[in-house]
Design a protein around this ligand. Sequence first.
Ligand code: ADP
Ligand code: MG
Length: 322
Amino acid sequence: MNEFELIDRYFRRAPRNADVRVGIGDDGAVIAPTPGMEYVLTVDMLVEGRHFTAGCDARALGHKTLAVNLSDLAAMGALPRFVLLAGALPAPDTQWLASFMQGFDALANEYDVELIGGDTTRGPRTLCVTAIGELPAGSALTRGGANPGDDIYVSGWLGDAALALAASTGRTKLDGARLAALEKRLNEPQPRVALGVALRGVASAALDVSDGLTGDLGHILEASRVGASVYLGAIPCADELRIKLRGVERELALELLLAGGDDYELCFTASPAMRERIAGIGGALGLPLTPIGSITVDSTLVITTEDGTPLAALPPAFDHFH
Ligand code: ADP
Ligand code: MG
C-alpha cells in the first residue's frame, strides 16, 4: 500500500463541522474562526521506546496519543475542536494502523473532535498530534494566575499510572485485578475536558499533571511567583499507594505519588470564595476535586507529612534530558 492509499484508507474523511471550510486532502486545512472565541493550540509527540514500548496495544496507543493533547487543552479550559495527526511508521502495517485509528477515532468522537489534516512518513514509530481548542476570548486558564491564599486542588487520583508501571516492571507488587485497572489508567487516560471547561472563571491557575505533582505544581508556582504548602495525607491516591506510604516501600510510594507522571489529572488553584462552586462542579461531573493545600507568599513548595514535619527532599520530576 502506498502513502496516498494509506491516507485515503485511514485518515481521509469528509469535513464534519461547518467551520471546517477545507479539510483533509488539500495542502492545508481552512477553519473559519468563531466570533468572540480564541483558539488554543498545542502539540504533543509520542516516541517509541520513550513514551511507549514496541509491541504495545495499538488501539490504546491511538487513544493515548490523542488523550495527552486533549488533556493539555483541558488544562487551558479549552473545548477541543480540531486535530492534526503526523505519524512516522516503520512499515505500512495496515492492521496496526486500523487498531491505532480505532482508539484515536473513538476518543475523537467522544469529544466531537475533528481530524483536519496531518502527515504520513516512513521512520521510527513516532506519533505527533496538534490539537486546536476553542474558548471565549480572554477566558484561558494559565499557569500564571495563582494568588497567595488560593486553595490548591487536584482532580481524580494521582500515582495510579506510575504504580501500574512500577508493578509491571517488577519494582513493586499489586493484586492482579487491581493491576489491570491501574494499567488502564496508564494506557488509556481520560482527559479532564469537562472539568477544564467548567473551571473557566473559577480557577486562578491550572495545568495538567503529566510529569508528577511536585514538578508540575512547581510550574504554577514559578509562573505565578508564589509558593505552596501541600499536605501529603490530603493528596488523593489509590488505597494500595496509601498503604505503601506507611510501610517499608514509603520512598517508592512517595516517588510514584509525587513524581510518577502520566497522571493526566488537572491541578488548579482557586480563591477560597470558590469552594462551593468547585464542590458543585466535582459533584456534577462525578469526579473528586480534592483540596491538597494552599498557595503561599514565599516561593517554596513545602509538603507537610502525616506527622506535621516537612518532607526533607522532594522526588525530582521526570525530565527527558536529565
Ligand atoms: P502535502 O504533501 O501537501 O503535505 P500530503 O500528501 O502529505 O500533503 O497529505 C495529503 C493530505 O492528507 C493532506 O491534506 C494532509 O493533511 C492529509 N494527511 C496526511 N497524513 C495524514 C494523517 N496522518 N492524518 C490526517 N491527515 C493526513
Ligand atoms: Mg506531506
